[in-house]
Design a protein around this ligand. Sequence first.
Ligand SMILES: Cc1cc2nc3c(=O)[nH]c(=O)nc-3n(C[C@H](O)[C@H](O)[C@H](O)COP(=O)(O)OP(=O)(O)OC[C@H]3O[C@@H](n4cnc5c(N)ncnc54)[C@H](O)[C@@H]3O)c2cc1C
Length: 287
Amino acid sequence: MARNDAPPQVDYDLVVLGGGSGGLAGALRAAAHGARVALLEPHEFGGTCVNRGCVPKKAMWLAADLASRITLAADLGFDTRPPALDWKELVAQRQRYIGNIHGIYRGLLEKAGVAWMPCRGRLVAADMVETDTGVRLKAGHVLVATGGQPLRPDIPGAELGGVSDDFFRLCAAPPRVAIVGGGYVAVELAGVLQALGSRVELFARGPRLLGDMDGEIVQQLQEDMRQHGVHLHLQAPVHALEAEGGRVRVLYKGAEGDAAAPDAFDSVLFATGRRPNTDGPAWKRWG
Ligand SMILES: Cc1cc2nc3c(=O)[nH]c(=O)nc-3n(C[C@H](O)[C@H](O)[C@H](O)COP(=O)(O)OP(=O)(O)OC[C@H]3O[C@@H](n4cnc5c(N)ncnc54)[C@H](O)[C@@H]3O)c2cc1C
């Protein structure tokens, strides 16, 4: 490359890749200690937690909790009617709230003097980051906080199912939903959808939900979920999905060998883990 064509280069003490929970915390803390910090984030601030995780999940949970309480109030004799939710309005309110968080983060970064760049970066050396806009940032330290994205399992028909990101795109409760997975995301999506009017069946491959958590608490949770109407299939690994007239059939291995849930589902959501955003193609998918 001719000398004059060399990409522009800027020096920082710390360059942070990713403006999610990890990247923002690292950038703001380092800046508070006087470091010269650059943060690269090609999308909205807040990453998974704010945009496709904790925050929108809690908004949906709040609505689900209210729906349960209104129903309970009617059972107890209050003059309330079964709740009718305007789901689109709920989503609009949720996204407004998330928009405020983006603004707050922008303000915090500006106040802290962090140079924010709306682009993606890649490591070209241990002390060098190149942005997708062609700028080279020389860095005393680099913090890779690029997060991850939900995984579909490698089974036939997996493309017929959605993932947690798709849950946040819903504009109504699907009448019948299958959730595949036994971790906290599966449990939360199942509870929220059941409370908001879906009939939910959850398929977990293990003998219990939330394998890392206290056994007695999980026993109680499973009992509560059943009482709320969630149909739990434990030790029921899903091995294929099949299309059936616009709906999806779930094939799984039950206690008595291969089985199919008797009815097809309007929606299937996988909560089967995540993969890191550390390779080119995966990062591009974010675009
Ligand atoms: C449905 C769901 C519910 C959850 N609920 C909770 C909860 O209630 N409580 C809780 O504590 N946690 C919860 N989590 C987990 C939480 O969201 C994550 O632990 C957290 O977001 C991880 O933060 P991070 O900064 O590591 O990554 P992320 O938040 O994923 O941020 C990574 C950022 O890096 C950016 N990026 C990617 N590649 C590049 C690149 N090359 N250059 C620059 N930037 C890049 C991305 O655009 C993204 O904004 C939930 C997750 C999900 C999916």
